[in-house]
Design a protein around this ligand. Sequence first.
Ligand code: AP5
Length: 217
Amino acid sequence: MRLVLLGPPGAGKGSLAALLKDALNIAHISTGDILREEMKNKTPLGKEAQSYIDRGELVPDELATRLIEDRLKKSPQGYMLDGFPRTVTQAKDLDDILQKVNKPLDCVLCMETAPELIISRLAGRRVCRSCGALYHMKKKPPQKVGVCDVCGGEVYQRPDDNEETVRHRMEVYSKSTKPIIEYYQSKNKLMHIDGDMETIDLFDIVMKKFHEAGKHD
Ligand code: AP5
């Protein structure tokens, strides 16, 4: 299975991806996670990306595309792209890359989530710095404050999850990323899903739709 997860910040892309990658046995490739790893390691690429990410802006297309091309060349046949593409330019570049590596896309899952839900989800989100496990301070807090239940790593708040930056990220999504929906609609690749639902219910619905469409291998 070869997927793209599309949706606004806080739609639940990472949460759904965590379930789908095990169920479908595919690679989870998140440009956000890759960029944060580069920033943590203070690589030249991470330093370049930092100022964009902290302001809630997109990093330049060329930089994001380079990261993805690298990962897709090394990935097994099945993959799930989370956070890429984010512009029509990136979507077109992705088509070229996928043709080169002969791993054509099966489906684009497009999550739609109410704006007020996005704000409350991201204000409460906490993430493990070591293993990336996701928490929410109200709905799913770690058992011990600041400590990951899974690996004991530090649980922190992303600097771009403050309300002002989240609102800007939502604007960027509407302006730069939403046009991709039409792009994939015209290619008949789109599956709309309700990001307001609980992740586990959404996961069940998506798996059912895949089975119905014969897209479960
Ligand atoms: P990225 O890390 O991709 O951020 P994002 O797309 O804004 O998405 P988020 O990670 O914020 O949200 P999510 O949808 O994964 O939600 P999650 O599951 O965590 O990108 C960060 C930055 O990197 C960008 O702003 C940009 O600067 C740069 N970048 C990345 N890719 C790029 C590209 N291709 N081009 C250019 N720049 C790029 O859930 C959020 C919270 O809600 C959690 O606490 C979770 O527990 C809770 N939650 C989730 N789903 C549910 C649910 N269904 N019900 C209840 N609670 C839920």
